[in-house]
Design a protein around this ligand. Structure first.
Ligand SMILES: [Zn+2]
Ligand SMILES: [Zn+2]
Length: 247
């Protein structure tokens, strides 16, 4: 509400004490207020205006309108309303978080089931190929019905111990990494070991020397090989004066 208060006009001795208030509605539910008094203490004028306000509150209620909040009490009510709205917002957020939590739990369960299903199928395939019993697969499969055949009733726990690694469920089986073995190694004379014919190697084949063993896996070979870089022979060859123990 915009308020324009005019100072009390000069008192005229010939006028009876009085006060007038003029309210004019403006566009947006606002009012302008003009108050004047003659020969009255301002405190009495204010008191009278509050009484007038109470009277109009009563009339408003009678007409089905709630009085428009005003003053510190109105401010407090507005703050309470703001807090209520915030509480409602937080409740909504909490409910959403709870739903997220349930979704995460469901997703985790689905992931465990997926891993168990894959394992069960692998066990079944392996068992069929090798002629093994695959009851363990039925046990861990999330949808298959497990029937305890009682074959291992003598043990305390007839169930297989299968650890499911949740960290790596969707990845293909890991191939154990071996240190890379070179496919090409130069001999001591700069030729390709087990590949080129080398006069230096030929010479050392006839001359006793210490073995200089390396591991090599030529592209045509099916396994790693140990050869001496000086002569191309195996380290245990008698031409090596003091063959060293092979690691
Ligand atoms: Zn050589
Ligand atoms: Zn040698």
């Amino acid at each position: 509400m915009s308020t324009t208060e005019q100072p009390t006009a000069e008192q005229h001795v010939d006028r009876e004490p009085s006060a007038t208030v003029t309210l004019r509605p403006t566009g947006d539910d606002e009012i302008t207020l003009t108050a004047e008094s003659y020969g009255m203490a301002p405190a009495r004028v204010a008191y009278g205006l509050r009484m007038a306000a109470d009277t109009f509150d009563v009339r408003a209620r009678a007409a089905g309108d709630e009085p428009i909040p005003y003053g510190p009490a109105a401010k407090q009510r507005a703050e309470v309303e703001t807090l209520r709205a915030r509480v409602a917002e937080l409740e909504t957020e909490t409910a959403a978080l709870q739903r997220d939590k349930e979704h995460v739990a469901q997703a985790a369960e689905a992931r465990v089931n997926g891993t168990a299903r894959r394992l069960a199928e692998q066990i079944t395939a392996l068992g069929k190929a090798r002629g093994w019993s695959t009851w363990a697969a039925d046990y861990i499969h999330p949808e298959r019905e497990f029937v305890d055949t009682g074959e291992q009733a003598a043990t305390d726990d007839p169930r297989p111990r299968i650890e499911i690694d949740l960290e790596q469920p969707a990845e293909p089986e890991r191939v154990e990494e071996r240190p890379a073995v070179p496919t090409v190694v130069d001999c001591a004379h700069g030729y390709g070991l087990m590949r080129d014919s080398c006069p230096g190697c030929d010479h050392e084949t006839e001359t006793p020397h210490d073995a200089d063993p390396v591991t090599i896996r030529p592209t045509w070979a099916k396994r790693n090989m140990r050869r001496c870089r000086r002569c191309g022979c195996v380290p245990s060859h008698p031409i090596h004066r003091a063959p060293k123990a092979q690691p």
